[in-house]
Design a binder for this molecule. Sequence first.
Ligand code: SF4
Length: 380
Amino acid sequence: MKCGVYVHIPFCRAKCDYCSFYSIPFDPRSADSKDLLTTYINRIVDEIVSFATIHDNCTIDTIYFGGGTPSLVDAAHLSAILATIRNAFQVTDECEITIECNPEDCTFETISSLVDIGANRITLGVQNVFSSFRSHIGRASNADVMRALEIFFSVDGFIRCVDYIVGIPGQTGILLRNELRYIIQYSPQHISAYLFTVEPGSPYHVRHTAPIDFDDTQLSLFDEAIDMFSAFEYTQYEISNFARDGFQSRHNSKYWNWEPYLGFGAGAHSFFNGIRWHNPTDVFGYINAAESILDNRSIGHQKAEYVLCVLRRSDGLSFQNFSSTFHTCIPDHMMNAIDRHCSMGTLERRHKEGDSTIRLTRAGIHVMDSVVYDLTEGFL
Ligand code: SF4
């Protein structure tokens, strides 16, 4: 069975004010941090080996190191994990191997070492180019992003991806276009653009009250970003992901396509043989835990989640694929909601080669949560 592997590295130099992901502080100069990291990496290696002992029929075609901050970790540690995966499973020759990198770790040596250990795709977490935005949202890193971009694009031998945050309060259309132009001049093959979200309870949330027109402004900025990417030949293949031809993320597409993946490390999720499970989120809980946690979902919840995932893709939802996945046709309550949203202009329906597909329109992307809710509430 073809399968992706996700490896979670939940360590960060410091916590960014807006971030709601679990991560723990890591100081590369501290012996305690280094010891903890070594224990953690060893635990991941053990987890991979134990899983492969029972399931030896997986062929791995994508590997993704995410975080947290994977680029904080010595390349030798990441290489040890890659070697374990290669020994434990069959790994395809053209396996996509992605590593996330923070701008402050982006030196010529670091990027070269990631390429040397086998990374063929690196994602630079630019988030914003201008330092005023970065300090406004309490981004822990005060890296010189312009310098990081210069270095990132001076190393050869991998697919260059950039992460960007749209809609930080204070951003205007002109500032957005200036930042995107600055990034696009380097011609990354892939750009992920996420709307800035304020997580309740985060330090940023405590410090700031969102402006009254925050949502509308964000959506119009996101529309501007989509138009700009399109003008520079980036195709929106998923709501937040834009790629030049042939450079879509094969690993992340597995999540949206409902394909199997294995997650290793604290808090990592897996979906394999139709079963979902996850590891304890807490690093120490993960290191000491014998068991992962089974994620039992009713068939209704599975259908709802399927709709949510596949509708994020520009290909949308195929009726045939829904039927072959769940061995049942699309039920009446969902068909009625589809008809309603098609007439409202938030969904569009197409017929091709005996199949029907639905996909979100631009207006539908703006209200995606309510479209998905209407389509799936009968499942829940
Ligand atoms: S570096 Fe990324 S994962 Fe770490 S705290 Fe900042 S936003 Fe969160």
